[in-house]
Design a protein around this ligand. Structure first.
Ligand code: ADP
Ligand code: MG
Length: 237
């Protein structure tokens, strides 16, 4: 069976800066893949190419057997690409449930159905007790979970998580890890960006390391962490 997601020779230039340089990666159905690498490596840019926020300068993006390179973000979301943003974009003046309904409306045009789906997702993500709280009143870890909940409400085949575990306490991060496993067990493929290797490595089936816009190494987490190229990229020499 073909991969769920493939980038083929994807480039992204911002003026003179090359944020993604000939990036070819693939994510198989049912996998949890970690996309790691130092700050500025091009991880969020690659997410933008996959989600359709930016068109690649060169190369193509394939999702679920289809070339989606020129497909707008909203249409990719309809096809099953769900994402969170590194900078939390929750609608602060809206309640938690209303934030999730925004996601659910992608698939359910009937409000009653969207609300039912949103409640189901809040149960799944452990936010049900916070349904009627304003998003601005959530603690940071809950805001991250709300981002995940809103993305899940769009009923994705592929969930793109951008640093949802970064900056959390160890206990909060473990709760997040458990949620990612639960997402995969529900049949959703996960591609997650994390800066902190200790958190992602035990969780992912496969790791892809980006450095200076290029794929540096990819493979089993246990091999990747021991790779001298990865160690030196992280130490910054
Ligand atoms: P990461 O997520 O791995 O930290 P990014 O993808 O955010 O890296 O950024 C990669 C590089 O591209 C950085 O040098 C960043 O400053 C640059 N960059 C990202 N987005 C833009 C943009 N919209 N315009 C110009 N430069 C950008
Ligand atoms: Mg980033």
């Amino acid at each position: 069976m073909t991969a769920l997601l493939e980038t083929r020779g994807a480039w992204q230039r911002f003026g003179g800066l090359i944020a993604n340089s000939d990036v070819s990666i693939s994510v198989g159905r049912g996998e949890i893949v970690g996309l790691i690498g130092p700050n500025g490596a091009g991880k969020s840019t690659l997410f933008n190419l996959i989600a359709g926020v930016l068109p690649p300068t060169q190369g193509s993006i394939w999702f679920d057997g289809e070339d989606v390179t020129n497909m707008p973000a909203a249409e990719r979301c309809q096809r099953g690409v769900g994402r969170t943003f590194q900078v939390v974009k929750s609608f602060e003046t809206m309640t938690v449930i209303d934030n999730v309904i925004v996601g659910a409306l992608v698939r359910n045009t009937v409000m009653r159905e969207a609300r039912r789906k949103a409640h189901e997702v809040l149960e799944f993500t452990g936010l049900a007790a916070r349904a009627d709280v304003l998003a601005s009143d959530l603690v940071p870890a809950e805001k991250r979970r709300l981002e995940v909940a809103r993305a899940l409400a769009t009923e994705p085949k592929l969930l793109l998580l951008d640093e949802v575990l970064t900056g959390l306490t160890p206990t909060e991060a473990q709760t997040g890890v458990a949620l990612v496993r639960k997402v995969r067990d529900a049949g959703i493929t996960v591609l997650m960006v994390e800066h902190v290797m200790e958190i992602v490595m035990p969780l992912v089936d496969r790791a892809i390391v980006l450095d200076l816009g290029k794929v540096l190494v990819e493979g089993k987490p246990s091999d990747v962490v021991r790779d001298p190229k990865v160690i030196s990229a992280y130490l910054g020499d």
